[in-house]
Design a protein. Structure first.
Length: 234
């Protein structure tokens, strides 16, 4: 067997793809598209994101009344656009979402809003609220949910390819495609506007252009991809 052939052995493959314990705490980047959670207690995860686990872990779907009747009504209308699963126990939990890139954030008494399709996992120390946008524009674009997270703790978000964050400054509003918007700072409350003249350029699935308008002081993160709200699992 030549040296070149040695590169393609089962042993070499197992060695190069083996799980590595980097001892980075609760959330650990196994690869840029695979999150390892070193579980010792509960964690909230996106439903359907578990790809493997070791140890003793129990999975429980978020109850309809976990946050009260308001959440029940939102989910009934939304088609479960931001469904969560609670993972409890001890072991290593591996999460992924359609091969999207994973980013870990550690909030320190801060508040962020994350697109429901892009939230992968978060600690229960963070208060959360699933919010359905009440804009006609958002419904026409296929429905839009976001999750408000506040407090101190870690969360993981996913993006198609590399994200980009834009600074929002007073008097300098930023407009984004709702289907490409990943998250934004808790200091901002976006508005929605429709621009028929741009319908052939952005918002491909909506038939017309619906934009999110961010004004004030904060930031907004986008991805170079239009999320499909009609299929929340993607």
């Amino acid at each position: 067997m030549t040296d070149q052939d040695n590169r393609y052995t089962i042993k070499e493959f197992i060695t190069s793809t083996a799980e590595r314990d980097r001892k980075q705490g609760l959330f650990e980047m196994e690869t840029e598209r695979l999150l390892e959670v070193n579980l010792n207690g509960p964690i909230w995860t996106k439903m359907g994101s578990m790809v493997a686990y070791t140890g003793s872990i129990k999975f429980t779907r978020e109850g309809f009344l976990e946050q009260g009747l308001g959440t029940l009504l939102k989910k009934a209308v939304s088609g479960e656009g931001a469904s969560l699963t609670k993972a409890e126990g001890t072991g290593q939990l591996y999460l992924a979402d359609a091969g999207k890139k994973v980013t870990i954030l550690n909030l320190d008494n801060e508040e962020v809003f994350v697109n429901g399709s892009d939230l992968l996992a978060f600690e229960p120390t963070l208060e959360y609220q699933i919010k359905m946008v009440k804009s006609v524009a958002a419904f026409t674009a296929g429905g839009l949910f976001n999750v408000r997270l506040q407090g101190s703790g870690m969360l993981a978000v996913t993006t198609h390819f590399d994200p980009m964050t834009l600074a929002v400054l007073p008097g300098e509003p930023i407009y984004t495609d709702p289907q490409a918007t990943v998250m934004w700072s808790g200091t901002l409350e976006p508005k929605f506007k429709k621009d028929v003249s741009l319908r052939t350029f952005i918002g491909r699935t909506s038939g017309e252009s619906y934009q999110m308008q961010f004004e004030g002081n904060g930031w907004v993160t986008i991805q170079p991809y239009e999320e499909s709200f009609a299929n929340p699992s993607k």
